[in-house]
Structure formats: C-alpha cells, structure tokens
Design a protein around this ligand. Structure first.
Ligand code: CAA
Ligand code: NAD
Length: 302
C-alpha cells in the first residue's frame, strides 16, 4: 500500500496561516497534516485538557510519520517532529485566533446551532480575506454558511479518519462559494498532501453518501441474524478488499456518530428507505456502546 506521508509538498498555497477549531479526533489530525506541510497552525478548543491531549497525540503520530519517512536518518526525523510541533500554537479563544488567519477549518461538534454561533462570531472578527471551511460529515454547507456575510468565502473541507493516513479531501462548493475560494481550497488541500475531489453540497458528499448506507445495511443484515458480525466483516475484507469490515468501521467512526448522521438525514428525507432508523443501532447507543471510544460496540475493545 502506498501512503502519502510527505512532510512538505511541491504544491504551493497562498494560505500560510490556518486556524483549526475543535481539537478532537479530526481537528488534531487536520492540525497535524497542516503543520507537517509547513503551515502556521493555531489549534483551538473550548477545553484546555483537550488541547493538551491533542498536542500529545500529534507528537506521537508525527513520530510514526518520522519513523517511516526518515527511517535511515533518525536525527532528521527528530528535527521534523520538533519543527512541525513548533508550528502548532494552541488557544481557547476562537475569535482571537481567527484574526491572524488566512483559513479557518472548523471541526467542532456536529450540531448546526453550535456551528452557527461560532461562525457568526468569527465573521465579525476575521479579516475580510479569511476563508471559512467546515469539516462537517453530514450537515449542509449552505445551511452552515447561512449566518455569515462572506458566503463567497465559505466552503466544505471534509477530511477522513484517521486524517494523517487517509489521502482524500473532499472540497465542497456551496451555492455561493466563489471560484477563487474554491481554487484556494483545492490548492491548500494539495499543499497539505491530500488528493482533492470536488462535490456539490449534497448529503454526505461522495464518501459518506455511499459509506453510511453501506454500513447501515451491514447493521441491518446483522440485526436480522443473516450472518455474524465477524463473518460480515471478513466477507467485505476478503470478498471486496475493504481494509476494515463495515461493523468494525462503524465501531471505529463511533456508533453515536453513525446514528447522528442517520437521524439527521431521516428527518430531512423521511421517504428514503436507506436513511430509516435502525433499532439495534439505537439500542447500542442508548446503552452507551459507542464503539472503540467507549470500549464496546459490535465488538469489545481493551
Ligand atoms: N497518524 C499517523 N500514522 C498512522 C496513524 C495516525 N493517526 N494511524 C495509523 N497510522 C499508520 C501506522 O503507523 C501504520 O504505518 P505502517 O503501514 O508503516 O506500519 C499504518 O498507518 C497502518 O496502521 P496500522 O498498522 O495500525 O493499521 P491498519 O493497517 O489496519 O490500518 C487504517 C488502519 C488506516 C485505519 C485502515 O484500517 C483503514 O484504512 N480503515 C478504513 C478507514 C476508513 O474508512 N476511514 C473513513 C471513515 S469515514 C470518515 O472519516 C468520514 C466521516 O465523516 C465519518
Ligand atoms: P470530537 O468530539 O472528537 O471533537 C470535537 C471537539 O470540538 C471537542 O474537543 C470539543 O471540545 C470541541 N468543541 C465543541 N464546541 C466547540 C466550540 N464552540 N469551540 C471550540 N471547540 C469546540 O469530534 P470529531 O470526530 O473530531 O468531529 C468533529 C467534526 O468533524 C464534526 O463536524 C464531524 O461530523 C466531522 N467529522 C468526523 C469524522 C469522524 O470519523 N469522527 C470524520 C469526518 C468529519
């Protein structure tokens, strides 16, 4: 398997200063790949504990990259890690952080009200040239952008988990995203080492529109008792070449996240069979079985 762990890229981007808001699973990965590519990063979260955890995991993940890219030159590897970490500042104040930013990538909780509140504040404070992007999995970019004045400078930058490993970036054009903004987002995506694809602002964009119904069908198959969880996963790994089976993937992404996406789409598109609620998924989430992060989902984790 060829994976792109390049520490810098030949592609140049006019964007040099990026603010990543949300220091969780996705935000920490986005901060990491940006810093690896030479960007000045400010990582923001409401919680300073989250920021401390993010810095620790970024350091560890940069170490994994260094081990691979600089396998015969450990000293260069150490320098790569130190320099990338030094490019990441942290803050608990998104408004202040946005003032020196060319691009804001939002990766906070998947809740339209919370995202609106954040972008409204940022719109007042950030320089006129600053581009705003959301990493939302399932919400509409146009709906998120509806609260800002700079609708021409708003788009989607949708990364995949784990961000340092997954090579794709979906660049989403909203109804009012300008060509210049779209071009800047594409250039920035390439500069941080990703292969970019373009999608309109449709539910789930490309990957989640295909992946979420597939995972949900696997849960329904298991719920009906047609096959065991292990056999469903083995089937898709060995029969279709997927790196993870669908139930392993559901546990990895988080069953709460899966449920949240499905419920949101079901509410919006009640006639779409593929988006109908799944009693087993609802039950597992209600029991706190959220997958890898809670120690149990379809499988148990240490
Ligand atoms: N940072 C840096 N490197 C990492 C890493 C990280 N966070 N996580 C793993 N790696 C590296 C490892 O060091 C390892 O390197 P080598 O190949 O050199 O040994 C390599 O990546 C593979 O890792 P592992 O050996 O630990 O595990 P694996 O081979 O089983 O791969 C996986 C793990 C990459 C996660 C793989 O199973 C996979 O691709 N799974 C599918 C993931 C997927 O579908 N993601 C999309 C989810 S949907 C989404 O994100 C969208 C949404 O909106 C919900
Ligand atoms: P997460 O829960 O790991 O992290 C979210 C972080 O945002 C938390 O640390 C929280 O403290 C912080 N936060 C919440 N409100 C905030 C605010 N107002 N200001 C600053 N920080 C705030 O979530 P995640 O999995 O990283 O997901 C983040 C976003 O990325 C969501 O929109 C999600 O849909 C999307 N996404 C998730 C995945 C995935 O596989 N988990 C993949 C692609 C996209």
């Amino acid at each position: 398997i060829v994976r792109n762990f390049s520490s810098s890229s030949a592609v140049q981007s006019a964007i040099k200063n990026v603010t990543v808001i949300g220091g969780g699973l996705m935000g920490s990965g986005i901060a990491q790949v940006s810093a690896q590519a030479g960007q000045n990063v400010t990582l923001v979260d409401v919680s300073s504990d989250v920021l401390a955890k993010a810095q620790k995991s970024i350091g560890a993940n940069l170490g994994r990259v260094a081990k691979k890219v600089y396998k015969d030159k450990p000293q260069d590897g150490e320098k790569f890690v130190t320099e990338a970490l030094a490019r990441i500042k942290t803050s608990t104040d998104p408004v202040e952080a946005s003032k020196t930013s060319d691009l804001v990538v939002e990766a906070i909780v998947e809740n339209i009200g919370v995202k609106h509140k954040l972008f409204k504040q940022l719109d007042e404070a950030a320089p006129a040239h600053t581009i705003f992007a959301s990493n939302t999995s399932s919400l509409s970019i146009n709906e998120i952008a509806s609260v800002v004045k700079r609708k021409d400078k708003f788009g989607g930058l949708h990364f995949f988990n784990p961000v340092p490993v997954m090579r794709l970036l979906e660049v989403v054009k909203g109804a009012e995203t300008s060509e210049a903004t779209y071009k800047s987002m594409m250039e920035w995506g390439k500069a941080v080492g990703k292969t970019c694809i373009t999608c309109k602002d449709t539910p789930g964009f490309v990957v989640n529109r295909l992946l979420v119904p597939y995972v949900c069908e696997a849960i329904r198959l298991f719920e009906r008792g047609d096959a065991s969880a292990r056999d469903i996963d083995i089937a898709m790994k060995l029969g279709a070449g997927y790196p993870m089976g669908p139930l392993e993937l559901a546990d990895y992404v988080g069953l709460d996240t899966n449920k949240f996406i499905l419920d949101g789409w079901h509410k919006k598109y009640p006639d779409q069979q593929l988006f109908k609620p799944i009693p087993l998924l609802d039950k597992l989430v209600a029991e706190g079985k959220l997958g890898v992060k809670s120690g149990e989902g379809f499988y148990k984790y240490e």
